[in-house]
Design a protein around this ligand. Sequence first.
Ligand SMILES: *Cc1c(COP(=O)(O)O)cnc(C)c1O
Length: 563
Amino acid sequence: METARQWLDPVLRIPDVINEVLGDVHPFRIIVLTCGATILAFYLRNLEITDEPWRRVRAWGLRKLFKLSFIRKYVDREVQKARKELIHGLDQEVAGSPYITHLPSQGLDPNDILQRTELYCKFGKVKYEEGRASGAVYEVDPKQYEIMMKVYARTVKFNNLHRDIFPGCRKMEAEIVRMVCNIFHGGKNSCGVLTSGGTESLILACLAYRNWAREERGISRPEMVVPVSAHAGFDKAASFLNMKIRHVPVDPVTQKVNPQIMKKYINRNTCMLVGSAPGFPHGVMDPIEEIARLGASRGIPVHVDGCLGGFLIAFMEDAGFPFPPFDFRVKGVTSISADTHKYGYCIKGSSTVMYSEPIYLQHQIYVNADWQGGAYATPTLAGSRPGGMTAASWAGLLHMGYDGYVQATRNIISKARYIEANVKKIPGLKTLGPPEVSIVSIMSDTFSIYRFSDGMFQRGWALSNLQSPSAVHLCVTKAHCMEGVADQFLADAAEIAAQLIKDPQQVKEGAGVMYGVSQEIPDRSIVKEFVCSFVEAWYHTKSEDEESDEKEVLTNGAAMNLT
Ligand SMILES: *Cc1c(COP(=O)(O)O)cnc(C)c1O
C-alpha cells in the first residue's frame, strides 16, 4: 500500500505541474503548438518509412555541397569525361557500321536485312557460343533451339491477352504453370503465371504480398525483409511498388543469411521474407527451411528466389547430389520464382512465379471493371503478351523432358565442382568453397581480383564482377560442359594469375577502376549520376566527336558495302 502511493503520488501531480508551467501561456498557443508538433512527428515518421532518413539527409547535404559551382563543375567534367570514354568504347565495338537513324524510305530487301543481321551478330569479342561467358547463354544444343524457333515461328501471332482468339495459347501457359508447379511439388492449390523474366517474377511476388498485406492484414506500409545477397530485382520492386525494403546482412564468410539475425528485422509491417536458392553473387543457398519456419511461425509469406538455379536444384537429388528441401514441400514456403530462360533452357523472355495458395495470386491480378475499353484484367505487368514466347517456352520444356533436366543438372554441377577444385589450386586465387549449385566465386588475397577479371577478358572470358566483398564469379552453364572449355578456362586463369602475382601492387585498371572508384565515393547519388549517364549513353546513335550531321542513306544492297 505504502509503495503504491510512493509512485502514484508523483504521477497524480503531473497535471498540477503542467498547469503551473503553462499557466501563463495562452491556450490558443498551446493548441497551435500541439497540432504543429503532431504534424511534424507524422512528417518525420513518413520520412523514416519511405527511405533511410540518414541517407536522405546526408545525400541532401552532399547535393547542396555539390551545387557549389566549383565542385559541381568538377563532377560534371568527370562525368562528361567518363561518358565520352564509354561512348568511344561502345563505338569501337560496332566500328565500321554507321548508325541507322531514319526509316529507309522504301522497305529493305529481306536478304539485305539478313546480311545486316549477320554483321550485327559478329560484333563483340566474347565468344559466348564457345562457353566464354559467365551465365548469359545457358543452352548450346542446336536441337533445343530448332524446335523452339519452329514453334515460335508458327505461333508468332499469339497474344495471351486475347484468350478468346487464342485458346491454344491459354492452354499452353496453363500447362507450363502446372508442369513447373509439379516440378516444385506444389499441392493441388498451387498456381502461378508465366512472366517475361526473373525481374518481373520478383516484382509480381512483391506486388502480391504488398496487396495481400494491405487488404488482408490492414498493414498500410508493407515492408519486405531481404538478405543483402538477394537479387537487385527486389530493390527494384521496392522502388517501383513504393515498399520499404529491409536488408539483412549476410555472414561475411559463408555469405548466407542467418535466420536469427533476419528475425530482428521483422516487425508488424513485414509482409514477406526472402531466401535465395541460390543467390546470384556467390551462388550460395540461404537456409530456406529455417527462413520458412520463421515465416510460418509469424504468419509471414516466404518467397524462395529460384530464378537462377530453380531448374537445377529441382533435379539435384535425381542427378545424384544430396540436397536440402527448399520447395513447396517445406511448410512456410508460399512462393517460388524460377526462370525458364536460365536453366530452363528456353529462349530469353520467360520465367515463372508460383504460389502455394490462390489467395496470393489473386492479389497479384490487376482488375479494372469500369474501363471504357471493357472490363480489363491482367495477371502480369504487361497488357498484350508475346504468345509466341509462351509457345516456345512450352516447347522448350517438352523437348527437355524430366530426364533431360536431370542429365543437364548432373553435367553442370559436376563441371562446376571440377572447376572450383582446380581454380583454388592456382597460386593467388581462392574460392568461397565447393559450389552448392553452379556458381564458382573467385577471390584473391594477393592482387586485385578485378585485374584478374580484366586479364581474363583480354583472353575472351567474360566473368561477372561482384562487389562488397570484391570477387568475380563464373556461372557454369551447358556451354562450359563442352569438350575442353573448363580446362581452357583453368589454363588461362593460371597464366593470368601467374602474371599478376609478379606485380601484385600495380594500380587497378578497367573494371577495377570502375568498382574501386565507385566503392570509394561516399555519396551514392553521385554514383547513380555516373551510372545513369552510362545507361543513357547506350542509346546514342552518333559518336560525340562526330561533327557533321551526315547520315547513312539506307538503300537496298547497302549492307553489302558494309561487310
Ligand atoms: C537472374 C536472376 C534474377 C532475375 O532474372 P532476370 O531474368 O535477369 O530478370 C533473379 N534472381 C536471381 C537469383 C537471379 O540470378
